[in-house]
Design a protein around this ligand. Structure first.
Ligand SMILES: CCCCCCCCCCCCCCCCCC(=O)SCCNC(=O)CCNC(=O)[C@H](O)C(C)(C)COP(=O)(O)OP(=O)(O)OC[C@H]1O[C@@H](n2cnc3c(N)ncnc32)[C@H](O)[C@@H]1OP(=O)(O)O
Ligand SMILES: Cc1cc2nc3c(=O)[nH]c(=O)nc-3n(C[C@H](O)[C@H](O)[C@H](O)COP(=O)(O)OP(=O)(O)OC[C@H]3O[C@@H](n4cnc5c(N)ncnc54)[C@H](O)[C@@H]3O)c2cc1C
Length: 678
């Protein structure tokens, strides 16, 4: 349970009593077992009961500079606490990809989001800086840097890849590192305005070191992009070092605690051993040695894409928790004129807005767990240098799931915001910061369309392999199944199969489009550009086919394990709702590629509505089961006690504008204006 149950709103209390599932039972499953649930709750108590971590005023009422300063004050305190707690629980701790992920899940899933609704700059150190060091550093480099970096001993890092002129097309990055064999140093430069690094989180005022992605030149010869470890601020004084031009890029639509920055480099020299050399090396005499495949340089991007699905599903479920609780507390309009006004969740149109978002978040979680395990397997294959590895499949899947997941989670969060009417628009409801973070993820770490095109490239290749009767990777085996839809009794199975057929046909269409343009003697790139609509549609359809099939398969797998009957039943309803909802939202594409009659479609719609009715009584128990602490939700509308109006009023009164009866602008401007003296 998230917080005290004293004076709970009566409607909310009645919902809890009337549920047929036990939210604690669900919470144990959701957390991965009772030990994990208890461990997280004890950590939350440890952090949230610290008064120093509370905010005196709502962050939306602070200036940009004040917000940065307050974020630093609180985030350093928070990280110190988190470290103490972590080392008491894990005394034998060693830094690894797994442990970083665990730490990152703590930061993004619950605690980090709770305390820093617009995120905080030190996150980049823990996510991208450490991950790149781990993935791209040699053993000697790890020995030298990793422990210091983990403990932030004189090091606060970030990851500087994007430039003012280029984010997507990273081969076009302009920052260069020229090797000087005499001094055994690299000389780094951003030769133009468009070469300035632009966007890295924490770069503005916080980081004193960064990994810089730069084009390597040795004796004038180009050796592609490489990562360099560059100190940008003095460890003691924090002054920018000679040749460094650094600052913050300014307020954004969301994530305003992140301190995204710019960086110019003029003849900045670093020792040879500060190029991260796990993949490629420059020997002292300037000999360039390409070790592992150059593509592995992109490893950090794959990691963050894999993990982003999990980040955004948490945001979606936070928004769904807020909207669900509000929807049972809020009463508006009677359905039957002779009866009192109903809880807005009793309007079926409200159920359509809220319940599918819960189902979506849960099924994204099933996909995110699957994707993480797949990522870990591929990492092992790469570590042992296996000739046959699944990196292309992982890249293709992580791209389309990151793209579609961030797009649909953002869309879901905004729908949930709108489902709360006017109050949903207030910053104190907290949809703005949840949305801001989710929609940022649509762009960062690979923009939506660009990632879809990467997936499509893989799909078309697999499709042509299928024509040659080759064995296909597991996530695309359906491309070989040319059977038409065989409508059966299991509606979810029909829907999942129809989505696979749509994905297959979209891929075929994309391939045909490319081939048609190639026959007109266009280059491969021109043909790809002209087929862009078909290619992106294929990648979106593939993501939907994967997400629905994966949800059905994971449900079966989990049911073979130790699910309680209650969790099994409600999970079954959620998975079915997700599959039917995906099918109905994609009706245009589905009907284009499948022969489905009007009455079959009506059956789907009826079952969809039935599922809404079945889930309605358990809606509150379900969102309680996600176990978001009130501090995590940070919302006047979504707190555990449902005392919405009291909290709205209290938050309004806390607003700095209400701390004095008459604002000074009355005398300085309003009154003179009324007297015609302005
Ligand atoms: C509310 C909830 C939200 C809560 C959130 C809370 C949590 C907050 C946490 C905050 C911390 C995280 C903050 C993250 C900040 C973002 C950091 C960034 O954006 S950093 C900046 C991120 N920037 C970006 O992401 C930039 C995006 N751009 C790119 O990634 C690339 O330039 C490109 C892929 C588009 C093209 O690259 P190019 O070199 O031109 O390649 P070609 O197209 O010519 O393909 C050649 C071959 O390579 C293959 N291949 C390609 N990639 C990969 C791969 N990764 N692997 C494997 N293979 C790959 C490809 O398949 C092809 O194979 P084949 O067909 O030949 O066999
Ligand atoms: C909140 C936030 C945090 C970030 N943090 C970091 C960070 O820590 N470190 C870092 O290095 N970077 C960071 N970035 C940068 C981020 O990775 C890039 O913004 C992102 O990769 C998109 O690149 P872009 O901005 O160049 O967009 P562009 O590529 O310029 O996109 C603009 C439009 O062009 C289209 N387009 C571009 N190329 C193609 C193509 N080949 N085919 C079809 N359409 C195309 C896109 O679809 C889009 O519609 C961050 C960005 C944000 C928003």
């Amino acid at each position: 349970m998230s917080s005290s149950s004293s004076s709970v709103n009566v409607d909310l209390a009645r919902e809890r009593q009337g549920a047929s599932i036990d939210s604690e039972d669900f919470a144990r499953w959701w957390a991965g077992g009772s030990d994990k649930l208890e461990e997280r709750r004890s950590l939350e108590r440890y952090v949230f009961e610290d008064a120093e971590l509370e905010e005196a005023v709502h962050p939306s009422c602070l200036s940009y500079k004040e917000r940065y300063e307050q974020t630093i004050v609180r985030s350093t305190k928070f990280l110190a606490k988190l470290r103490q707690w972590h080392s008491s629980k894990h005394p034998q701790f060693s830094v690894s990809v797994d442990s970083l992920r665990e730490f990152r899940v703590l930061l993004s899933g619950q605690l980090g989001t709770a305390l820093f609704q617009q995120s905080f700059p030190l996150r980049l150190h823990l996510s991208m800086f450490l991950t790149t060091l781990l993935g791209q550093g040699t053993d000697e480099q790890l020995h030298k840097w990793l422990s210091r970096a983990w403990h932030m001993d004189g090091i606060i890092g970030t990851y500087a890849q994007t430039e003012l002129g280029h984010g997507t097309y990273i081969r076009g990055l302009e920052t260069r590192a020229d090797y000087d064999a005499e001094s055994e140093e690299f000389v780094l430069n951003t030769p133009s305005l468009s070469a300035y690094k632009w966007w890295p989180g924490g770069l503005g005022n916080t980081a004193n070191m960064t990994i810089v992605l730069a084009q390597l030149y040795v004796k004038g010869r180009h050796h592609g992009l490489q990562p360099f470890l560059v100190r940008i601020r003095d460890e003691e004084t924090h002054q920018p070092l000679p040749g460094i031009d650094v600052g913050d890029i300014g307020p954004k639509l969301g994530g305003n605690g992140v301190n995204n920055g710019f960086l110019g480099l003029r003849n900045v020299r670093i020792p040879r051993d500060q190029m991260l050399m796990k993949n490629a090396q420059v020997l002292p005499d300037g000999t360039f040695v390409q070790g592992r495949p150059p593509l592995l340089l992109y490893g950090t991007m794959v990691y963050v894409r894999v993990i982003t699905l999990r980040d955004v599903l948490h945001g979606l479920l936070q928004a769904a928790t807020i909207a669900t609780r509000y929807s049972v507390v809020r009463r508006q309009s009677p359905i039957d004129e002779s009866q009192p006004e109903v809880q807005i969740l009793d309007h079926i149109t409200q159920q359509v807005k809220v319940l599918p978002q819960i189902a979506r978040g849960v099924c994204y979680r099933l996909a995110a767990d699957w994707l993480w395990n797949f990522y870990a397997r591929v990492l092992e294959q790469l570590e042992v240098g296996a000739g046959q590895h699944s990196l292309p499949e992982l890249h293709a899947l992580s791209c389309c799931l990151k793209a579609v997941g961030t797009d649909e989670a953002s869309e879901g969060i905004d729908l949930l915001r709108k489902s709360c009417g006017g109050h949903g628009f207030l910053s104190s409801a907290n949809f703005d910061s949840i949305y801001g973070m989710a929609t940022a993820a649509y762009t960062y770490e690979g923009e939506y369309t660009v990632l879809l095109l990467q997936t499509a490239r893989f799909l078309v290749r697999q499709y042509t392999d299928s024509l040659k009767r080759k064995v296909l990777p597991v996530s695309v085996t359906y491309l070989r199944n040319t059977a038409r839809l065989n409508w059966g009794k299991n509606l979810a199975e029909n829907a999942a199969r129809a989505l696979e057929i749509s994905a297959l046909e979209q891929t075929r269409l994309a391939w045909q489009s490319q081939s048609m343009h190639r026959q007109r003697k266009l280059s491969e790139q021109q043909a790809n550009n002209l087929s862009g609509r078909q290619l992106t549609a294929a990648a979106i359809a593939h993501a939907h086919a994967f997400l629905t099939r994966n949800a059905l398969q994971e449900l079966e797998r989990l049911r073979r394990g130790s699910l309680s009957p209650q969790v099994s039943a409600v999970l079954g309803q959620l998975v079915e709702l997700f599959v039917l909802d995906t099918f109905l939202r994609q009706a245009g594409s589905v009907l284009r590629w499948n022969s489905i009659t009007g009455s079959q479609l009506r059956l789907m719609e009826r079952r969809f509505e039935q599922l809404l009715a079945e889930l309605r009584p358990n809606a509150v128990a379900l969102v309680d089961g996600f176990d978001f602490h009130d501090r995590t939700l940070g919302s006047t509308l979504g707190s555990y006690d449902g005392r919405v109006y009291e909290r709205l009023m209290a938050e309004a009164r806390r607003n700095p504008l209400n701390q004095e009866p008459v604002n000074a602008t009355f005398r300085s401007h309003l009154q003179p204006m009324m007297r015609g003296k302005l």
